[in-house]
Design a binder for this molecule. Structure first.
Ligand SMILES: [Zn+2]
Length: 288
């Protein structure tokens, strides 16, 4: 703990350790390994390091809107991008939705509530319980933050309803609501993604496990708008190119080079497209 009562340095220390553990893990696993195995290993080997002690320091990072900027979540997102094969511009909301991963904020909140529940069950003379009463008496931040968390999460406070399964479900549902609000905003990087992924079923996407690694990376990059089409390249020019000027220069249609143009319209790819569509319609009668 620092002299100002914060745990910033301790959190950074854990992120550094988790970072080393993550790269040691990645070095020993072949990159073509199943994405689900990577996620499993992350949750069993790296996550416990990242959220160690979060039942105490968790109150410092409870703001959903600022969570993605915390060093712990940055490492988690780096891992998600790494297994999907995306570069640093890969959108956070899309990365998680492709892999069916929730932000680590949910694990942090669960740790806080679990610890709070444990304190509730302690005998009054126990030192920890005494310290908790002191927190309540002086309205100190830990106690009030966890109580607000329980209320904000609309988790029933009657002891019979308070089980971790219900809490987990509620926290995930709340995140899905937050995700939907953000992914459906207009003119964002996720404008194409929102067209085919407008419900957050939070399932690991099937294609991640059935395609060869090279093709999986192409598919992930295309789905999450992490590619080199003009619509994305224009976003990173200095100054930023207006959307209506991000025109395809591979054909004469004078259209914005976005995912729809690339996939269905651009003349440059019409022979490849025809070949592939013929193959698809032969094997899938419902597509024409
Ligand atoms: Zn074109």
């Amino acid at each position: 703990m620092q002299s100002n009562g914060k745990f910033t340095e301790a959190r950074q220390n854990m992120v550094d350790k988790a970072n080393r553990a993550l790269y040691a893990m990645l070095r020993h696993i072949p990159p073509e390994c199943n994405c689900k195995t990577f996620i499993y290993l992350f949750r069993t080997c790296i996550l416990p390091v990242l959220i160690y002690g979060s039942e105490i320091w968790g109150i410092e990072v409870l703001d959903e809107n600022k969570w993605d900027k915390t060093t712990s979540e940055k490492l988690h997102l780096k891992f998600c991008r790494n297994i999907l094969g995306l570069n640093k511009f890969g959108a956070n909301l899309a990365c998680r939705a492709e892999l069916g991963c929730f932000p680590l904020l949910i694990d942090t909140k669960k740790n806080l509530i679990k610890y709070w529940l444990r304190i509730q069950g302690l005998p009054d003379k126990c030192l920890t319980k005494q310290a908790y009463y002191e927190q309540m008496k002086f309205n100190l931040p830990w106690c009030s933050s966890v109580q607000n968390l329980v209320i904000d999460s609309r988790i029933q406070t009657s002891k019979t309803d308070l089980n971790m399964k219900n809490i987990d479900k509620t926290l995930k549902e709340n995140y899905i609501t937050f995700w939907k609000q953000n992914v459906n905003q207009e003119n964002t990087k996720l404008r194409t993604y929102a067209k085919f992924k407008n419900t957050y079923n939070f399932e690991f996407q099937f294609y991640l496990n059935c395609l060869p690694k090279k093709h999986q990376v192409c598919m992930s990059r295309f789905r999450t708008s992490n590619h080199c089409l003009a619509i994305e390249k224009g976003r990173h020019t200095q100054p930023k190119t207006p959307i209506e000027k991000r025109i395809c220069n591979l054909c004469s249609q004078n259209k914005i080079e976005d995912e729809v143009h690339f996939l269905l319209e651009c003349d440059r790819y019409k022979y490849i497209r025809h070949e592939l569509l013929t193959d698809i319609t032969l094997t899938n009668a419902e597509i024409n």
